[in-house]
Design a protein around this ligand. Sequence first.
Ligand SMILES: C[S@@+](CC[C@H](N)C(=O)[O-])C[C@H]1O[C@@H](n2cnc3c(N)ncnc32)[C@H](O)[C@@H]1O
Length: 184
Amino acid sequence: MAGLLSILVLSAVLALGLSLLLFQFITGVPPHPSGAAEASDVVALLREATLPADAIIYDLGCGWGSLIIAVARAFPSAQIRGIEISPLPYWVARFRTRQLSRVTVTRGDFYCCDLTDADAATCYLMIKPMPKVASLFDTQLQPGTPVVALTFWFRDRKPAATRGRRGLGRDAALYYWNSGKADR
Ligand SMILES: C[S@@+](CC[C@H](N)C(=O)[O-])C[C@H]1O[C@@H](n2cnc3c(N)ncnc32)[C@H](O)[C@@H]1O
């Protein structure tokens, strides 16, 4: 009996580990969480954007929930919506936010989500998906919507403000979508 239980536990751990690798391979983005300092930079930039008290704030790829928890604490009347495709981080984010009634965590691909009601959006992804994320924002966000990108910026857009420890590669940038778009 104990042997069977060990095999089941080991299989579950292996399946979860493999699912992390699989979704990292599919998206090209690891589930690396924001640290406290990075999250506070994102919060500071969102504050600078002067959001409505009941703002709807999306985190594209909310991972284990670190950033949505920090944002929920900083904006006590806002609705925070995290979207995560990878099952293990998704369930952990759900668990971590279970007592935060204003936080919703949805499992899915953010490219397929409706973001048209966003008052602000955040993302901490990788270099490769940023052009596709920019196109998503072009079609979904209202003009002037604040967007905070952590570490990986939108190359053809000019940030309105930045925060971070220069040289450490963890800077956050605030954009008012899509006012900083460079002419091509
Ligand atoms: C670097 S983590 C950031 C987590 C969180 N935003 C934070 O700052 O703590 C990026 C997350 O985005 C998720 N992701 C990448 N592409 C995605 C997509 N198309 N739809 C949903 N989630 C995605 C990954 O699975 C990963 O967990």
